[in-house]
Design a protein around this ligand. Structure first.
Ligand SMILES: O=C(O)c1ccccc1NCC(=O)[C@H](O)[C@H](O)COP(=O)(O)O
Length: 269
């Protein structure tokens, strides 16, 4: 039986085929290459002395179902900015996460923080689309891509002035990821067979990551103690979605995770 990621990838190819039929690829590419550089995602992570947070705008997921009913991406992004996020991640997959590229555009309008397009990117056309929508960074997942494809997509993201975050779960994919030239690497703590998360997964792989690489621990981060544990293990950044999205005020929860003063409330959803 296929795991969640395999099912997502299978469906994503049907979306990409449809996009290829409707999109004006050459025009997208020309436009994407002509834009001035977006806000620097990697720099925003590296400038924090302590662990940086990439705060995720995530309405639903295969593991959790619907996470937040009163979902207003622009307001959530504003609260994340107030709570101390270094960068944002916006999930755009519609089929499995109830996301949308429109959410990324809404967030882009609302805040100046650099934005990662959290998508299952398999084809260059999605990278042009991401740049045109206002993303500063694209996610590539090692488990979805052969080495040649990964290298080609990493190169294209960089050519367009964006940061590439290359994520892996399987330790066996680490050499492929490092060989791709990625300087921002994410280790996902979520096992996609069982959906269980275990922060020890990032911590165990930490010593295999060279110092010139910025390391992000992704998924399953819930408490201030979790953040301190990852900081202690010299993890540079964390990517947090569900914990923040379940809080009445996602910005206040973020500040709590960071051990910072809680920001004043603003009108919500
Ligand atoms: O979140 C899922 O259920 C999921 C299922 C299949 C593939 C990917 C999935 N999540 C993507 C992510 O990487 C997370 O959204 C991200 O790391 C934040 O995780 P969390 O803080 O646990 O929401």
């Amino acid at each position: 039986m296929k795991n969640a990621l395999e099912r997502i990838v299978e469906h994503k190819w049907t979306e990409i085929e449809a996009l290829r039929e409707t999109a004006r690829k050459e025009a997208w590419e020309l436009k994407a290459r002509s834009l001035s550089p977006p806000a620097d995602f990697l720099q925003a992570i590296r400038q924090d002395q302590s662990v940086s947070v990439i705060a995720e705008v995530k309405k639903a997921s295969p593991s959790a179902g619907l996470i937040r009913e009163d979902f207003d991406p622009a307001w959530i992004a504003t609260r994340y900015a107030a709570g101390g996020a270094a960068c944002l991640s916006v999930i755009t997959d519609e089929e499995f996460f109830q996301g949308s590229l429109r959410y990324l555009r809404d967030v882009r309008e609302a805040v100046a923080l650099p934005i990662l397009r959290k998508e299952f990117i398999l084809d260059p056309i999605q990278i042009f689309e991401s740049r045109l929508a206002g993303a500063s960074a694209c996610l590539l997942i090692a488990e979805c891509l052969e080495a040649t494809q990964l290298n080609e997509l990493v190169k294209l993201v960089k050519e367009l002035g964006m940061t590439v975050l290359v994520e892996l779960y399987e330790a066996a994919n680490l050499s492929k990821v490092l060989d791709s030239g990625a300087r921002l690497v994410g280790i996902n703590n979520r096992d996609l067979q069982t959906f269980e998360t275990d922060l020890a997964h990032t911590i165990e792989l930490r010593h295999k990551i060279p110092d010139h690489v910025t390391l992000v621990s992704e998924s399953g981060i819930k408490t201030r103690a979790d953040v301190l544990r990852l900081e202690e293990a010299r993890i540079d950044a964390i990517l947090v979605g569900e914990t923040l999205m379940r809080a009445d005020d996602p910005g206040a929860k973020l500040a709590e995770l960071l051990g910072r003063p809680i920001p004043a409330p603003t009108g919500g959803t």
